[in-house]
Design a protein. Structure first.
Length: 61
């Protein structure tokens, strides 16, 4: 009961010619900086979320 043949001779010495000039540079858009969040307390954030969503936040306590 197999899913196909497995020939180890096909697996060794695989040389692939690659051209790095077309490779994706993951550091192309790197930047230094910082992110700051400013809020009073967790409850005010939840209230703002409900306001943005249009929910009735006044019903919860």
């Amino acid at each position: 009961m197999g899913f196909g043949s497995y020939d180890e001779s096909e697996q060794k010495d695989q040389n692939v010619d690659t051209d790095d000039s077309e490779a994706v540079n993951v550091h192309e858009n790197d930047h230094d900086g910082s992110v700051e969040f400013e809020f009073d307390d967790e409850e005010s954030l939840i209230d703002r979320l409900h306001d943005m969503k249009g929910d009735g936040a006044d019903d919860e306590s």
